[in-house]
Design a protein around this ligand. Structure first.
Ligand code: LUZ
Ligand code: MOS
Length: 762
């Protein structure tokens, strides 16, 4: 098919923005309530680990307006929602494994009554030992699954020959997703035993599968519809299924529509988060500061059920050497079972936790050797032909280009000089710099998930309806899908309607995750459009008097011949095609070529491509208070050939700030009983407008290599989060400027309290 060009297509807008900012966008809780709707509330475990002895719902049942209270015995199908490992019941049965675990479901005539009723339920537990620390879990053999090891070269003999070897520990905390729209679902009975589930999910098919299983129905009976969701960040990749499963259970048992929307407190308490990790590392360098060997043990805090932990664990290993080439590697990761809410996907999916350890190891080595970390970083950046620990060979590495351009464009040497001058002249305030290069692999690491479908209808008036498996969560994927269809058909954006994500229109979807949604669904959409064009082009050629099909193209709503507009419009061509009974609908399919991975050998080519970038951080620490400002973040990012700079820039800025929050502010605290203490927004701090760096500059490194990205516009969802790791090390360096002997354990987040302690430590 020839290239289709359309000059009128306006790029660089987010099509949803006007609706978001005027409050017109609709989420689950905005759906009009059907008559007879019941409101659901979850009664959850107040015991983090124990035997469930009894649940007494009698008082609650007496409350006027309570319609039913359901427990595990009311589940008609299998009481099991585990996605990868079958270790998580929908409702607790004989034991509980975290505080916040659903035990009973109250269905009432109003939300208020449901709320009141949950307070009248009483459960008894036999308390068992609670573990919240992953290293303790590992020592006690409390595991979710087997450990995994990635290795390359001969680390043992390499360490023996290293000029410098350093060992240490590096821990990072979890992170609350804090999507603006809390978890929720609305289940509605359909005729002949079907159920429609409106769900706030990134994974409509995952919801369909879970609902069918717990109800003992076939998937065909369950229709999952997602209009859009108010943020996901990974928290709704798998964990929306629980709430949808409960709403659907209520609907199935009562025959009435059931709405279940979590309040913010419930969501904070009951849902899993980014996995906290504790890690040990060992790094070996030669006398020229080449990293020759690296060893790490990652202890993942998985929580009370496996959820996506084993997949997250895998990505920690994939990204354990970040954007550096290390010829001798051994990294082992342990999925540890603890008694907090099951941790889950979160932007970066274990990758950031791995990269933090590598950066800590480099920082440690630089500090001991009295050199700058960026000297070591630069020296070891990935080059074409290098091998990742998982066997994939580096192609089209942009690591050095991003780094070099960041140094040049932002005059890093001058920044270093100015910071040194500042630190000489100021005694009670110090500046710190850090550079954070990133390399992120694009594809689900689980190869079979890398596929997508799209359904396209061209209607009789020439307008177009598009359905894909992509879920719009604010990231702008719908805008990108509109762009793809508009470009294929030569139509303006307003002729393309993006439909909801619905399992009856597009089936067997992978979740919108892994930064791969636009790539996978965009390619499937191109395939569908191409099929329709293949039917239209011969007709257009015929209508234009037997023109050469190869000369036909579509632009500005007109048929073009040999690059020039003809008299034939798109609308007339479509009308004619329908009269001739041509099929103006098509189903497109895409599965990523090339990729494969062998889990026995832990080797393969799992990623379609990698995304690179470099960020430079400058911070100022107030050495009396421990408070700080992030003065600037300067980034050169590998966008490929960005198809929408507004959307892509939004992803960089959002990811960056979310990463800074993870590394500096967001401090999840659990007590020994397994209770989340940072359970409100008063004691869990996320970045606000005041904590955003004053100066954020993002340069687009336009890289035009042939790649598997959609329109060569590289995936952009997750990679920028990892820039935030630079904030941690810039703060560390500012502390060291004040107190060169400071004792600073690598223990993120770097909160102001920790800064203050470190400033005056020895
Ligand atoms: N989800 C998943 C992900 O199932 N597999 C992945 O590799 C992944 N990567 C990032 C985010 N979500
Ligand atoms: Mo995600 S962590 O790509 O759902």
């Amino acid at each position: 098919m020839q290239e289709v060009k359309n000059k009128k297509i306006k790029k660089d807008i987010h099509l949803d923005a006007p609706f978001h900012v005027t409050g017109k966008t609709k989420y689950i809780d905005d759906l009009p309530e059907l008559e007879g709707t019941l409101f659901a509330k979850v009664f959850d475990s107040s015991c983090a680990h124990g035997k469930l002895i009894s649940v007494d719902t009698s008082k609650a049942e007496e409350l006027e307006g309570v319609f039913a209270i359901l427990t595990a015995k009311d589940v008609p199908g299998v009481n099991q929602i585990g996605g990868i490992i079958k270790d998580e019941p929908l409702l607790a049965e004989t034991d509980v494994h975290f505080m916040g675990q659903p035990v009973a479901l109250v269905l009432a005539e109003s939300e208020e009554i449901a709320h009141e009723a949950t307070a009248l339920i009483h459960a008894e537990y036999e308390q068992l030992e609670v573990i919240v620390d992953p290293k303790e879990a590992y020592a006690k053999g409390s595991m979710l699954s087997n450990s995994r090891t990635f290795s390359l070269g001969s680390p043992d003999s390499a360490f023996a020959e290293c000029a410098h070897v350093f060992e240490g520990k590096a821990d990072s905390g979890g992170q609350e997703h804090l999507y603006l729209e809390t978890q929720g679902a609305y289940a509605i009975p359909r005729d002949q035993g079907g159920i429609l589930v409106e769900s706030s999910t990134q994974g409509p098919t995952a919801v369909q599968r879970v609902v069918a299983a717990v109800l003992g129905l076939e998937m065909s009976k369950i229709e999952v519809n997602v209009n859009r969701i108010g943020g996901g960040f990974g928290g709704k990749e798998d964990q929306a299924s629980l709430w949808a499963g409960l709403a659907a259970l209520g609907c199935f048992v009562t025959g009435r529509p059931v709405k279940l929307i979590l309040e913010r407190h419930e969501d904070l308490r009951m849902t899993g988060k980014r996995h906290p990790y504790r890690s040990d590392y060992k790094i070996g360098l030669d006398k020229d500061l080449n990293i020759v060997a690296f060893e790490a043990s990652f202890f993942q805090n998985g929580g009370g059920a496996a959820d996506l932990s084993t997949a997250v664990l895998e990505r920690t290993l994939f990204h354990g050497t970040n954007s550096y080439f290390v010829p001798n590697v051994r990294m082992t990761a342990h999925p540890c079972k603890t008694h907090i809410a099951p941790n889950t996907a979160f932007r970066g999916f274990g990758g950031p936790q791995g990269m933090f350890v590598m950066e800590a190891a480099i920082h440690h080595a630089a500090r001991e050797l009295g050199v700058s970390p960026w000297g070591i970083q630069k020296k070891n950046l990935l080059r074409d032909g290098n091998e990742f620990s998982y066997g994939q060979i580096v192609e089209n590495s942009e690591a050095n280009r991003c780094w070099d351009q960041a140094h040049g464009d932002f005059d890093f040497l001058k920044m270093v000089e100015e910071v040194e001058e500042y630190n000489h002249s100021q005694s009670l305030s110090k500046k710190g710099l850090a550079i954070m290069p990133i390399c992120f692999g694009i594809s689900f690491t689980n190869t079979p998930m890398n596929n997508a479908r799209a359904l396209v209808h061209v209607y009789g008036d020439g307008s177009v309806g598009v359905s894909t498996g992509a879920v719009e969560m604010g990231q702008g994927v719908n805008t990108k899908m509109v762009q793809v269809a508009a470009l294929m058909f030569g139509l303006p954006y307003d002729r393309i309607r993006l439909e909801t994500t619905n399992t009856s229109r597009v089936a067997n979807t992978s979740p919108s995750a892994a930064s791969a949604t636009a790539d996978l669904n965009g390619r499937a959409l191109q395939d569908a459009c191409r099929q329709i064009l293949e039917r239209l082009v011969p007709l257009a050629a015929e209508l234009l008097g037997g023109a050469d099909e190869k000369q036909i193209s579509f632009s500005n709503e007109m048929v073009f011949l040999d690059g020039n507009p003809t008299e034939l419009s798109w609308d007339d061509l479509v009308a004619k095609a329908l009269l001739l009974r041509l099929n103006m609908s098509a189903k497109g399919h895409y599965s990523t070529p090339v990729i494969h991975f062998d889990k026995e050998k832990e080797k393969g080519h799992p990623f379609a491509y990698h995304v690179y970038g470099t960020s430079i951080f400058e911070v100022t620490v107030d050495c009396i208070r421990g408070t700080y400002d992030i003065d600037s973040v300067k980034i050169v990012h590998d966008f490929g050939s960005s198809m929408n700079k507004a959307v892509d820039l939004g992803q960089i800025e959002g990811g960056l700030v979310q990463g800074i929050g993870w590394m500096t502010l967001e401090d999840l605290q659990y007590d020994k009983q397994g209770r989340l203490r940072s359970h409100t927004l008063a004691n869990y701090k996320i970045p606000d407008v005041y904590s955003i760096p004053e100066d954020i500059q993002v340069k687009f490194l336009n890289t035009d290599h042939d790649n598997l990205a959609i329109l060569r516009s590289k995936a952009v969802g997750e990679p920028p989060l990892m820039y935030g790791i630079g904030a941690y090390f810039a703060l560390t360096n500012a502390i060291l400027a004040f107190n060169p002997n400071a004792n600073i354990p690598y223990d993120a987040p770097m909160t102001t309290e920790k800064i203050l302690m470190a400033l005056y430590s020895a």
